[in-house]
Design a protein around this ligand. Structure first.
Ligand code: DX5
Ligand code: ZN
Length: 219
């Protein structure tokens, strides 16, 4: 059984309160908070994601799954730790050294939060293997980070298989999260490849029955 983390990137701001309530009733496992800084990616969603995270902390116990697509990772970790997220995931491509990665992992853990490392489609999985024993989650981007509503990039599916094989061979217990362009049609192959947490935005938010869609993604 996979878990579903609903991306709230493309929620209609005028209907956000109702949408969050409906997603809670529909039993999303997590709210996926897509933080973009306008530097690492073109979009800047920081203030709206802070507003949503603040609000969600007051209305629901469903955990927050924070995805940082930012250049200044430490600064944004501090900004979002205050919402007590379940997980904070940062992009490996925004780091400059192994020491920095190890420091970030340690810092997030010291603040009682799970750590995830995300890789863009063109980043090789081998680049993060050495960190997997130290983190709780690897986020394999199945689209170029930066916006919702894109088409899943097929070659990323093989990366899921490689990571699954590596963690099994090395007895590493972490979640494999996939994110971008995921829907009812392509989810089966992603689960078979080894993903156990699925991020979906458009597929859920644009559907007319959140509960039904989330259930279909889970089964
Ligand atoms: C893209 C984000 C994804 C995206 C998912 O940079 O990290 O979480 O919002 O949205 P869909 O499911 O519409 O691709
Ligand atoms: Zn995301």
């Amino acid at each position: 059984m996979v878990e579903v983390s609903t991306s709230i990137l493309n929620v209609n701001p005028e209907e956000s309160i109702k949408t969050f309530y409906d997603l809670e009733v529909a039993h999303t496992d997590y709210f996926h908070i897509d933080v973009m800084d306008g530097i690492f990616v073109q979009n800047d969603t920081e203030s709206i994601m802070e507003k949503y995270a603040e609000y969600l902390k007051h209305i629901t116990t469903i955990p927050l799954d924070v995805h940082l697509m930012v250049q200044n990772i430490k600064e944004k970790i501090d900004k979002f730790l205050i919402y007590n997220p379940r997980t904070i995931t940062f992009q490996i491509e925004a780091t400059k050294s192994k020491e920095e990665v190890l420091d970030l992992i340690k810092y997030i853990k010291e603040n009682n939060c799970k750590v995830g490392i995300a890789i863009k489609p063109d980043t090789k999985v081998e680049e993060v293997y050495k960190y997997l024993p130290l983190v709780h989650q690897i986020l394999i981007m199945t689209v170029e980070p930066g916006e919702g509503g894109q088409k899943l990039i097929e070659f990323t599916i093989e990366k899921i298989r490689s990571v699954k094989e590596f963690i099994q061979d090395n007895d590493i217990d972490i979640d494999i999260e996939v994110d971008g362009g995921i829907n009812i049609e392509n989810i089966k192959i992603l689960k078979e490849a080894g993903a156990n947490i699925i991020v979906a935005g458009t597929c859920i938010i644009n559907s007319d029955d959140y509960k039904e869609t989330i259930q279909q993604l889970k089964n």
